[in-house]
Design a protein around this ligand. Sequence first.
Ligand code: NAD
Length: 483
Amino acid sequence: MKTLANKKVNLLINNQEVPTQNYFEVRDPGKVNELIGEVALGTSEDVDTAVKAAHNAFLSWKNVDVRERVRLVLAAAGVLEDSMSELKYLLVKEHGGVLWEAETDFYLGNGVLNYYASIAKDYMESEQIEDETSWISVEKVSKGVVGAIVPWNMPVILTMMKLAPALVTGNTIVIKPSPTAPIALSILLQKMAEVLPDGVINVIHGNAEVGSALTQHPLVKKVAFTGGTETGRAVATNAAKSFKALTLELGGNDPAIILDDAQIETIIPKLLKGVYTRSGQICFGVKRIYVQENMIEKFYNTFCEFVDEYKVGHGLDERASFGPLNNKKQFEYVKNLIEKTKQSGATVRELGQKLDPDGWDNGYYILPHVVKNISHSSPIVSSEQFGPIIPIIPYKTVNEAVAMANDSEYGLGSSVWSSDFEKALAVAKQIESGSTFINSHSFDSLSLGMPFGGIKDSGIGRELSGESTLSAYINYHSIRYVK
Ligand code: NAD
């Protein structure tokens, strides 16, 4: 493991590091007295400089042959692959995950770059339609500067999901990482930018003011945002002023419906991956579990037995099942939610073990919690917890389970668990969400080419797919010749 000396991160504009007047601190959420680094706090003026640099680069990049763009994006993918062994430790130290979660972030990011590189050339072909009266060509034209804003939970993949489709289609990009996991991502992006023409990748840092300036800049033609639903509303409002194209990947409150023929011992280990990976801080994590009332006692007891094996500690401790929450605000929100759930009269079990009881209060650690005897209108069921606590809710009939699953403002992911594929499929089709997985609900549920995104308050648009993602990064230009 490399030494993790404190890092100083500047803005990246036109392949130049740009210092700023003020810097903000990034601390290890598992050891909050440890400083990881200092990051340049940008301003609206810095956003303007970065966007203008990206626009200038766009004027040439859009004319680069798609095969050459693909070659350069693949070179950037190679940089990502080579950087992982060094940067994964740093990522763990700033975002609070365990090592395999940080590695997954890099692997998935690399997969996304390679996927878009593999489909770009065919996609960018224009389409000709000819009949007796006319000849039509439908051209695909790059949009311009893309503003990409990402959260802290899986910063690498969530950035690559925007960067890859943007670049292969001839756009340039200005990226704003989250203030609570900006360092590993910024070092990576700087290295990737070096293999591309100046100004194709730019990185700015800061808070809502900086994000807001990016979403309003007249030269930004598309905004791709991943983050919370309320922030997404502000982004949509700002982007609407100049009718920017918009992709919003927002919060989720994913239901998992366990049908009465599911094999409890077989499904629980898989289900747990969906609940507690990244300490529950995954947008499409399992956030509520519906179990047929005749099997709920057995399910609950077995589930708790498994969860009690969990060990919570620092992400660099190999024994840790999961790490701390990423930041104080999220930590206090989840603590408060647990308290409110206890006060509501629900049964709340705190399980698992603390790996380092002495260091526990020096990090945003929360043990895994399991809840039963809870009202469906309770906040732990109706809101996104984004932490290691899960409610288990009984249902009588499958129709009732589906109605409860759909009784949500969110609609990101969902899952159905059964020994009978046809039965599960029939239920899956009734669920209102962007994706429904059968007998899985974690990273392995995603597939490149399968559209990923939400409905309702979970967002607009799709990432990870071919046509439905790439079409959000181009303008159609129709040319018609009347014979
Ligand atoms: P957040 O909304 O607080 O922040 C996301 C990003 O937006 C950060 O970079 C932040 O600095 C920036 N930002 C804040 N205010 C802004 C504004 N007014 N204009 C523009 N940008 C602004 O989210 P978070 O706490 O970092 O992440 C957690 C949330 O992200 C959860 O709700 C989670 O479900 C969601 N998320 C969704 C997906 C998905 O694909 N649907 C994936 C991961 C996370």
